[in-house]
Structures are given as C-alpha cells and as structure tokens.
Design a protein around this ligand. Structure first.
Ligand code: NAD
Length: 353
C-alpha cells in the first residue's frame, strides 16, 4: 500500500527519515498518535534487509506503542525509531550523539528509550545531545524487571479469571526465552511456588537460570509436547499461529513477547480452543510504565505500584471481552481507542489562553 494511504488508514501523524554522512547514521522515526502526550517508544538498531522492511517495522511498532501507552493509562502517545545498520559495526560516541541531535530537533514530540540492540550505555551518549530521552542508568535503568513484574501480575489476573483464584502455587508454567524479562519472570514464579519449565535457544541462558533456580529445562524443538497450565512467551513474536495452535495444551497464555498473535484471527482461534489469552501489550507494559515515571520524577516504589495495576487492567479487559463477545485482544484495542477518543474530545472545548 502507498505510504500516505497507509498513514491515512491508521491515523499516523509523521514519518521522518534522517541520515548523517559522517557517522553513517541512517534511520526513520515514526510518530503515530500524540493525542495523549509526546510519542514515546524505543530505538531499535537492526540490519534490515531493505528500506521497505525498516519502514514497515517502524510503522507497525509506533502504532503498537500508541495502544500500549493508552491502555497503561500513561499520558503518552506512540512512536518508535528504527536505525538501519549492523549493531556490531555502527556504534560509536559520534553515531549516538548524531542521533541525539535528530531526536532533539523533534522538539519533544518524540521521546526515545532502549529497544533491541540499544542499551543504557548508548542512551547515555544520546542524552548528551537531547533531553527527550528515558531509560537512563542514573534514573530508571533496566526496564526488564518491571516488565517481568507486569507479566507476573497479568498471569495472576488470568489465573483468577480461569480458576477463580490468583494463586500461582503448583501451576505448571512454560517460559519460552529466559533472557532479560524471562529470567526475572522465572524468579517471581519460583517465589510463588509455581512449577517452572524453561526453553531457550541459547544454552548459556538456560545454564544461568538452572544454576540459580529450581526449573526444568524443556528440550528445544519439543516445547509443545507436554501440557501446562500457563504458557509465557518471552522470546519471539508470531508464536501463536496456524501451525502452533493445534499443538497447544495450555489454559492460559501470558508473556512478554510483542505481537505474539501472528494475525488477529489467531486470537479468535485461541478463544475457540478454550485458551485464555492475556494481551501482550497490556501485560508487558511494565517497562514503559517505569520509564514514564522518569519523565514525571523517578520513584521506583511509585513505578512498582503502577505496574501492579496491570492486574486490574487485565481483569477489566476480560470483562469487556465477555460483555462485547469479542476476544481479549480486541477488547484491549477497544480500551485504547476509547481512551484516545474521549481525551481528544475533552480537549475540543475552547479555553482562553
Ligand atoms: P532478550 O533478548 O533478553 O531475551 C530473549 C530470549 O529469548 C533470549 O535468551 C533468546 O536466546 C531467547 N530466544 C530467542 N528465540 C528463541 C526461541 N525460538 N525459543 C526459545 N528462546 C528463544 O529479550 P527480553 O528483553 O527478555 O525481551 C523478551 C521479549 O519481550 C521480546 O519479544 C521483547 O520485545 C519483549 N519485551 C521486552 C521488554 C523489556 O523490558 N525488555 C518490554 C516489553 C516487551
């Protein structure tokens, strides 16, 4: 589809290309919707096969941030940046500072943070040139423990919905991907007495978690063989698809990975299979809730309290889904769109300045 037609169809505001000859910085920022506040979304550094692939990714990710921020109750719009390049080759102080100057030139319409292949060291360089940045070491730091905490509360809410009790004790939970979020999630599950099964493509990640915590390693390639109460995808998107759904022997799916439903219809397929799905962008909002706290004055206790509210949010979504006879994923989208619509409407009143 033509880019302007696509932007019109999904309500995008801005798509910005930038290039710095000296450092080879090459990127695209997308601002989807700023009704609720400045567009916040991380910067992803990826060796995209083509420019079209990068544009497609940034458009999809920026819109996803609008929905995530809206449902999380944050006064933030949705945006994202993708940088095109090899993460092992392009990084330097000048590269990040050149990027920081582009962020600054957007005058606060876009606020950046970490994403895939960008870390707190990179953010420190970017922050030398812009004030429109979050996720800094000196303030909120690594968002992963907060993301894991949100997934944990989403899981408890899902248990309440499915079993009438939010207890995780003795629940069999399969965690796919024990990286930054998965590892922290496993810690919380073990504390609650859940029986945790883990899978990862990297042996080093499995070794770390297995040496510290009582978990069972599930051989890679065979992860859907057994039945579990809960599946927590914490690795890849699109894991819920035509091939995997027939293999699922779970009651609940609740994890950190973004865009786990390959297509919207897979949410319907889960519902038909009697599997309760806690929408990904609702339960994985802990990280962005934590960085938002940085914008309004960082306080980790307050950030934790806000992340715990994901519990109530997930229950609200299940309630809306039942009332409207739609899937939880559709109910989450409905909640986001309603919040944006209502706030846009209250701002239409004239106030003399
Ligand atoms: P990470 O890279 O630290 O961890 C991902 C882990 O998944 C790695 O250990 C990797 O080896 C493993 N993995 C990759 N493919 C796999 C496969 N096929 N099977 C099993 N394991 C596999 O990433 P992370 O920061 O922990 O994020 C996990 C997911 O959550 C990502 O999809 C990310 O987009 C999403 N997310 C993360 C945050 C955050 O705060 N870090 C916030 C929101 C969403």
């Amino acid at each position: 589809m033509n880019k302007f037609d696509y932007m019109a169809k999904y309500g995008y505001e801005q798509l910005i290309y930038f290039y710095d000859k000296e450092t080879g910085l090459k990127g695209i920022t997308c601002i989807h919707d700023t009704t609720l506040g400045p567009a916040l979304g991380g910067t992803r550094l990826w060796n995209y096969a083509s420019e079209d692939e990068a544009v497609e990714d940034v458009l999809r990710l920026a819109r996803g941030m609008t929905y995530k921020n809206a449902v999380a109750g944050l006064n933030l719009g949705g945006g994202k940046t993708v940088l095109i390049g090899d993460p092992d080759k392009v990084k330097s102080e000048a590269y990040w500072r050149a990027f920081g100057r582009y962020v600054q030139s957007l005058n606060g319409r876009y606020i950046t943070a970490e994403d895939i292949n960008t870390n707190t060291d990179d953010m420190d360089y970017i922050a030398m040139e812009t004030s429109h940045i979050t996720g800094l070491k000196k303030t909120s730091g690594d968002p992963s423990p907060f993301t894991a905490l949100g997934v944990y509360w989403g899981m408890k809410a899902s248990c309440f919905e499915m079993y009438g009790s939010n207890e995780l004790k003795d629940k069999r939970v399969l965690v796919q991907g024990v990286g930054q979020v998965g590892y922290n999630l496993v810690k919380l599950l073990v504390q609650d007495g859940a029986k945790v099964f883990v899978s990862d493509i990297k042996q080093v990640k499995l070794d770390r978690v297995a040496s510290e915590l009582p978990v069972t390693i599930v051989p890679f390639g065979n992860i859907f063989k057994n039945s579990y109460d809960i599946f927590a995808p914490c690795a890849l998107g699109a894991i819920i698809n035509d091939e995997t759904i027939p293999l699922f022997k779970f009651k609940i799916i609740c994890g950190a990975a973004n865009n786990v439903l390959k297509e919207e219809r897979h949410g319907v397929a889960l519902q038909n299979a009697g599997i309760l799905y806690a929408p990904d962008y609702v339960v994985n909002a802990g990280g962005v809730i934590n960085v938002f706290q940085e914008i309004i004055g960082y306080n980790s206790i307050e950030a934790t309290r806000k992340v715990e509210k994901i519990y109530g949010k997930v229950l609200d979504i299940f309630k809306i889904a039942k009332e409207k006879q739609i899937t939880p994923a559709q109910a989450a989208n409905h909640l986001a769109e309603e919040r944006i619509r209502v706030i846009r409407n209250i701002r239409s009143n004239y106030i003399k300045r």
